[in-house]
Design a protein around this ligand. Structure first.
Ligand code: ADP
Length: 459
């Protein structure tokens, strides 16, 4: 028989357990092989004893869970590396190393704290392998990202949801991450371009069609990521998905409201959420009055539907403020006038809220000579510890707007934190990179939770 030459660690497969790649430690010092397992339950079927267990097959990744089932052949007292005796179930299953596959016995134990998901002991290797103890991965190395890919295809899709990402550009970091995070959790993710959806609004049978006419009717949830220029149509499509019973991670009404800065501030003010003093008027005769309402210059003039800091202007004197306001008005642009929070020194805080929790926060600092902290305008971001008050304000602001997912921008003023604005499609790139948190994953978990809740309600 051909013997496989292996090192002290190798990638193996346990095909009958649905595990295509498992990083294993080869340990001839141990008699029996063992596999990481939790949620271990035995059951009888046709007179035979089986075990069902779950495993996190990828080291340091608790999101990928594979459910396995094996035939129990024994129960043994095994001495662990810490010297403790433990009774473990033993299963018999095929092991693949390189091109060879043979049956081995494996004990099941929680190896979560250990360096490898699997340990291959000498019993499994007798007559089959030659060990080179100084070598590693003689049978080839597999990169972490490829390990995950293997599992994406085998993961138990039984409970997977059909989730649509309703957006415009599949190559944006945030959109790619959401698709990836959903697939990692076993869901069927699909990117759908808002502009290519069309609908049939009827009281009997509302429908959404896509591209050449495909009917999008089998949808559990929708993640709307609507760019500002698509607000009107994107909200209409989101509403249509809600009407066919899909759960929307942010409803169309709060999205539309959050796109209008004045409307947002009005919603926040009703809920007594602190914000900079803000004025709004329509006719040019009120300009002076508005300026004095926000305590005069320096003040900030904002276009109501501006984004990424583009429609935000600082007027340093009352004269300049008057000219800017009147110029905007002559163009029939909707604007608001706001007290300038000078002491913030070009800094603001972005709090990312998901399902009533701040899941990440970063501080943004404006580029030199600039007062707007937007990253698109050259601002830089860093980790920040927010205060309990800031946390509460961010959560309450998202709640006041009715947004499940929101980016709440807060500015630190001498009178305490104040909300500048709320974003219903906050970007993931800066916040994930700086905080190191899997925020896309938390958004998917929120969908899972909400759908679970809906199911319970309907039972
Ligand atoms: P946008 O939606 O275009 O990003 P914001 O209202 O968030 O508009 O303003 C952009 C940036 O300008 C903010 O991130 C902040 O750094 C700065 N800014 C906005 N309003 C004020 C203000 N009242 N006082 C001081 N700085 C402000």
């Amino acid at each position: 028989m051909k013997k496989v030459v292996i090192g002290k660690e190798e990638w193996c497969a346990l095909p009958e357990l649905g595990l295509p790649v498992v990083k294993s430690r080869i340990d001839s010092g141990a008699k029996t092989s063992s596999l990481h397992a939790f949620n271990i339950h035995t059951f009888e079927e046709k007179g035979k004893r089986y075990v069902h267990f779950d495993i996190h097959p990828v080291q340091d990744n608790r999101k990928i869970i594979q459910s396995c089932r094996g035939l129990v052949v024994d129960q043994r007292a095994v001495k662990s590396s810490s010297g403790d005796k433990e009774r473990r179930l033993v299963i018999r299953t095929p092991l693949t190393l390189g091109d060879e596959t043979w049956d081995i016995e494996v004990t099941l134990t929680n190896r979560d704290a250990m360096g490898y998901r699997m340990l291959i002991g000498r019993e499994a290797m007798v007559g089959r392998t030659l060990i080179d103890p100084d070598a590693s991965f003689c049978l080839g190395h597999i990169a972490e990202k490829d390990v995950i890919k293997h599992y994406k295809t085998v993961i138990n899709k039984k409970n997977g949801l059909k989730i649509l990402l309703l957006a415009s550009n599949p190559d944006l970091y945030s959109n790619k991450r959401l698709v990836e995070a959903g697939e990692e959790r076993g869901h069927e993710m699909r990117f759908v371009n808002i502009s290519q959806c069309y609908m049939n609004i009827s009281s009997k049978n509302p429908e959404i069609h896509y591209r050449g006419g495909e009917l999008l009717d089998d949808v559990d949830a929708v993640i709307p990521r609507i760019k500002p220029s698509m607000t009107f149509y994107g909200c209409a499509i989101t509403r249509q998905f809600a009407s066919i019973g899909a759960y929307c991670l942010n409803d169309s009404i709060p999205i539309a409201q959050s796109r209008d800065k004045l409307r947002s501030l009005q919603e926040l003010s009703v809920k007594r959420i602190p914000m900079p003093t803000t004025g709004f008027a329509n006719s040019p005769v009120d300009t002076k009055e508005i300026i004095s309402m926000v305590n005069g210059a320096p003040l900030v003039v904002k276009l109501l539907e501006g984004t990424q800091g583009r429609g935000v202007v600082l007027a340093e004197t009352n004269k300049a403020a008057e000219s800017v306001i009147n110029a905007f008005k002559s163009l029939n642009a909707n604007i608001l006038v706001q007290e300038f929070i000078k002491e913030a020194q070009g800094e603001d805080i972005r709090c990312f809220v998901v399902d009533g929790k701040v899941v990440g926060s970063i501080q943004r600092k404006a580029a030199a000579g600039e007062f707007r902290a937007n990253l698109h305008l050259g601002g830089t971001a860093s980790v920040v510890r927010i205060t309990a008050t800031e946390r509460k304000i961010a959560i309450n602001a998202a709640k006041a707007m009715g947004l499940v997912v929101a980016g709440v921008d807060i500015i630190r003023s001498k009178d305490g934190p104040k909300v500048l604005e709320i974003n219903s499609s906050p970007g993931l790139e800066g916040i994930e990179e700086i905080t190191g948190r899997d925020i896309a994953g938390l958004m998917i978990e929120c969908i899972e939770k909400q759908i679970q809740k809906q199911k319970k309600k309907h039972k």
